[in-house]
Ligand binder design. Structure first.
Ligand SMILES: N[C@@H](CCC(=O)N[C@@H](CS)C(=O)NCC(=O)O)C(=O)O
Length: 264
């Protein structure tokens, strides 16, 4: 058996999949892909583009089977290796966990991604406009956390009685928001306690170790060197448009530092 995950240690989607693989104890090979800079001719391009038509990480190659999209990948992993399931029993609890995962993948992702565009990639010059966009991001996060707070009522994990896929999806975002200075508020007591529980989970710690190794190494420096062409898509694009960054999108498209996926 050969299982390979094409991933980027900063990608919340890749991190969700890795935490699930670690949690289940499934051995796999990690192949680092920088989707912002990869091009035809690069060593990993052939297999990566064959597996992920939108050229997004993560994608999984299981022998000759190729699979893209973190949610579908986690479904596949849970179907193929059902021991230590990533969803709780019971139709409603399963639907609830899936909704939390969806909120993480769409709402939390878009806000954190926007913060990264502003704070790390400096898409918006430091100053009042950047500050206003970050203020709005903070309000959006607080509203999303209100919803998550209610999802934790009566259960220790978003995935029910045990840590699972919904927890993996959310914790990477709660941790990323904290790096930008946004942490759950006083009124989010359950969420704060849940985050502390997550910090003690071994699979979460392993993923954080992967991230720390990347941030301290050459990979992160290459992300900072030169203007990167970034893909703007669905919720991320919507976030930028609705949070005051219409001009960011137009300028990036004009300069060629923002692109949409070419396929199909
Ligand atoms: N729906 C996909 C989204 C994956 C995604 O957007 N990945 C980002 C990295 S976080 C990517 O590869 N973007 C390509 C780019 O920036 O060029 C999933 O759940 O896996």
């Amino acid at each position: 058996m050969s299982l390979t995950l094409y991933e980027h240690p900063v990608s919340p989607y890749a991190r969700k999949v890795k935490i699930v693989l670690y949690e289940k104890g499934i051995p796999f090979e990690r192949v680092y892909v920088a989707p912002m800079t990869i091009k035809e001719g690069d060593a990993t391009f052939g297999e990566f583009s064959a597996s992920s038509p939108r050229l997004e990480v993560p994608c999984l190659v299981d022998d000759e089977f190729r699979c893209f999209d973190s949610t579908i990948i986690v479904d596949y992993i849970d179907d193929k290796w059902p021991e230590r399931p990533m969803l709780p029993p019971g139709a409603r609890d399963r639907a609830r966990a899936r909704m939390v995962e969806e909120i993480a993948d769409t709402v939390l992702d878009a806000i954190n991604w926007g913060l990264m565009e502003i704070r790390f990639f400096r898409r918006v010059e430091k100053g009042p406009k950047a500050e206003e966009m970050q203020r709005r991001a903070g309000l959006q996060l607080a509203a999303a956390w209100d919803r998550l707070e209610s999802d934790l009522e009566g259960r220790p994990w978003f995935s029910g009685g045990a840590f699972g896929r919904a927890d993996a999806a959310v914790i990477v975002h709660v941790a990323a928001s904290a790096l930008y200075g946004f942490t759950p508020l006083e009124r989010h007591g359950r969420l704060r306690e849940w985050a502390a529980r997550c910090a003690a989970v071994e699979s979460v710690q392993r993923d954080q170790g992967d991230l720390a190794a990347f941030v301290g190494g050459e990979g992160m420096r290459s992300m900072r060197s030169g203007p990167l062409r970034r893909q703007y898509r669905d919720h991320r694009l919507e976030w930028m448009m609705k949070t005051g960054g219409l001009d960011v999108v137009l300028r990036g498209l004009e300069e060629g530092t923002i692109h949409f996926v070419a396929w199909p």
